[in-house]
Design a protein around this ligand. Sequence first.
Ligand code: AMP
Length: 125
Amino acid sequence: MPVPFDRSNYDNDNIFAKILRDEIPCDKIFENDHALAFRDIDPKAAVHVLVIPKGSYIDFVDFTEKASDEELRGFYSALSETIEFCTLTEQGFRLVTKSGPHGGQEVPHYHVHVLGGEKLEPMTF
Ligand code: AMP
């Protein structure tokens, strides 16, 4: 049997935790009380932004199960504001989130990729 994905131990040294503590810089485009949006360092599209909650959540499941209503609202409102700020509404966009080993998640802090600004290739990401 494969070892289950462990959501009980948030790694405080992951790169997004360091960005949230201002220990490393980011190209910030939007922030509210519960979320931060910044450009991906290795963009896969003309627009490639990551939106992350400020709380310590590992993935979508962890966030959805443990975050307060206020945090959930703040995060999804930041996602909407980011899409609007990047003027992606009219032509469309892609949202991607990865979870755990099967999802290919590299950074163990919940994040949603916002991709757009051009016609995207079929998904290989
Ligand atoms: P994932 O595979 O969904 O965990 O993706 C992690 C994403 O974080 C990748 O697209 C990386 O390019 C991006 N990334 C890693 N380090 C940084 C950083 N310091 N600033 C911005 N984006 C980063």
